[in-house]
Ligand binder design. Structure first.
Ligand code: BEZ
Ligand code: FE
Length: 255
């Protein structure tokens, strides 16, 4: 075993052993926990469990000191290869897509405010009822998923609808554990983005809608004050602006 694996796994096990002693965990509770591990595996929920309860700590540890804009968790609902959009840059949606139509604009720069032309924004979000295409019944494949590029001045824009808040699945083992602990299962309304440009650290982030419920008790602990946006009435819909500053890539590209 490598020194690293030995160190990390020993530390995690030691903390579990300490929790067992401090909470006087019983054999019945241990057997229930073992059954729950089996249920999570059979339901295919280990990725969900990790992204809800663990990813935020890894993100903060990995990127807490990074220069530029704040990131937050990726979550389990990203799909690669969303279409690159042309003007008028509307995320693909149903003809009768429910929700408030919103124009999002902003710039992508380096940390010294120099514009980054041709930066890529990979965008995905739930619909107004909180459903993600490709994962939940309702929206068709590809709904509210797309990529846009910045222009020569580093500016981007796209049109979408305000997403709804949603709960993690309530009927699976992650939801049952959440209910057993009497925790809220809700995520506040948010739009996911991965902002990338050659030579810069990709920024995995989310923009949270200021009027959403559950901003202060996100089940995934992913809300950061700097990521809350404030849509305002404009041109018969809503609009908001958000600028992204990217930090230099950690490892120089190999020629
Ligand atoms: C999400 O952001 O979509 C998400 C994150 C963690 C768990 C479940 C969903
Ligand atoms: Fe999400």
């Amino acid at each position: 075993m490598s020194d690293r694996a030995n160190q990390v796994i020993s530390d995690i096990l030691r903390r579990i052993h300490e929790a067992i002693v401090e909470n006087d965990v019983t054999y019945e509770e241990y057997q229930a926990a073992k059954q729950w591990f089996i249920d999570v595996g059979e339901a295919g929920e280990w990725p969900l469990f990790g992204d809800v309860y663990i990813e935020h700590a890894v993100e903060e540890q990995a990127f807490g000191n990074r220069a530029g804009s704040q990131g937050t968790i990726l979550g389990p609902f990203h799909l690669p290869d969303a279409p690159l959009l042309d003007a008028p840059f509307e995320l693909p949606h149903r003809p009768d897509e429910p929700g408030d139509r919103t124009r999002v604009t902003g710039r992508v720069t380096d940390v010294d405010d120099n514009p980054l032309p041709n930066a890529n924004l990979d965008i995905w979000q739930a619909d107004a009822s909180g459903a993600y295409s490709g994962f939940m019944p309702g929206p068709p494949d590809g709904n509210l998923r797309g990529q846009v590029r910045t222009d020569a001045d580093g500016r981007y824009e796209y049109v979408t609808v305000i997403p709804g808040p949603y709960t993690i699945p309530l009927d699976g083992p992650t939801g049952r554990m959440t209910a057993a602990a009497d925790w809220s299962p809700w995520r506040p309304a948010h739009i996911h983005l991965i902002v990338s440009a050659e030579g810069y650290e990709p920024l995995v982030t989310q923009l949270f809608i200021d009027t959403s419920d559950h901003l202060d008790n996100d089940v995934a602990s992913a809300v950061k004050e700097e990521l809350i946006v404030h849509p305002e009435r404009a041109d018969g819909g809503l609009a908001f602006t958000y600028d992204f500053a990217l930090a230099p890539a950690r490892t120089p590209a190999v020629a």
